[in-house]
Design a protein around this ligand. Structure first.
Ligand code: SAH
Length: 258
């Protein structure tokens, strides 16, 4: 028995054992005792995780895949959660313990997976896995690049992001239409920002809502003083600002309010 791929769940099963092993090997397994795999499907990655010195948990939305895992990976036993990763409260599994996230992710929800990880950054020191190549590149891109955006800035504020390797469509069943890319995020030692973090998220999102406008125009809703708006940073477009300049910008806006 195998699982029939369902398009609406973004199911593209990896056929290549070497790539599965290579992805499982990206985790350092330092600083945490638990690993959460998102969307294990038929467990191609899971079986390599189970060989490691860590406790593997899997969260899978598809009942058919869950049945398959229960039948074929007996040692995963009660660590299979039939849930939607985006909706499930992960502290039900981990309390306040740290855990790593890994997966060959469903591409239809890849940005949301990253946003949820960022929201739980205090508990997630490491994150690794496969996205569609363009998304993986976007997350790792630097200022000045065409694909630099909200995902890049927010992720790199808290994590060192490394694009590891590209994977062709031919190693999946069914093959996706696009190339895939594996990336690794390692949380920075000093991931606490020297500014209001909620405001930082808001500033970054608002800045990129109108990519082509200067920050002076995009950030009007913050009611900035004329004095602050005269600062040359506001004459720039969001894609020109590095992550540390966004942090600096947030600090300026924060102080302007006081
Ligand atoms: N890791 C497997 C399957 C990858 S396909 C492999 O490499 O072969 C993506 C998997 O994510 C599918 O099994 C799909 O059912 C699952 N999935 C899709 N949306 C999900 C969600 N919201 N929460 C948890 N799993 C999800």
């Amino acid at each position: 028995m195998t699982v029939k791929a369902k398009k609406h769940l973004g199911q593209h099963f990896l056929k290549d054992e070497n790539i599965a092993k290579k992805i499982a090997d990206t985790l350092s397994l330092k600083d945490y005792d638990h690993v959460l795999e998102i969307g294990p499907g038929m467990g191609v990655l899971t079986k390599y995780l189970l060989q490691k010195n860590t406790t593997t948990h899997v969260i899978e939305i598809d009942t058919e895949s869950v049945d398959y895992l229960k039948n074929n990976y007996l040692n995963l036993a009660n660590r299979i959660y039939e849930k939607d990763f985006l909706k499930y409260d992960l502290t039900q599994i981990f309390n306040s313990e740290p855990f790593a996230v890994i997966g060959n992710f469903p591409y239809n929800i890849s940005s949301q997976i990253v946003f949820k990880t960022l929201a739980m950054r205090h508990q997630i020191p490491e994150f690794s896995g496969m996205f569609q190549k363009e998304v993986a590149q976007r997350i790792c891109s630097k200022e000045g690049s065409k694909v630099y955006g909200i995902l890049s800035v927010l992720t790199q504020a808290f994590y060192n992001a490394e694009y590891l390797f590209t994977v062709p469509p031919s190693v999946f069943n069914p093959p996706p239409k696009v190339d895939s890319g594996v990336l690794l995020l390692r949380r920075k030692d000093d991931y606490k920002l020297p500014c209001d973090e909620a405001l930082f998220f808001k500033v970054v999102k608002t800045s990129f809502q109108q990519r082509r406008k200067t920050l002076r125009n995009s950030l009007k809703i913050f009611n900035l003083s004329d004095n602050l708006k005269a600062n040359t940073i506001f004459g720039q477009r969001p894609e020109q600002l590095s992550v540390s300049e966004f942090i600096e910008l947030t600090g300026l806006i924060e102080n302007d309010k006081n």
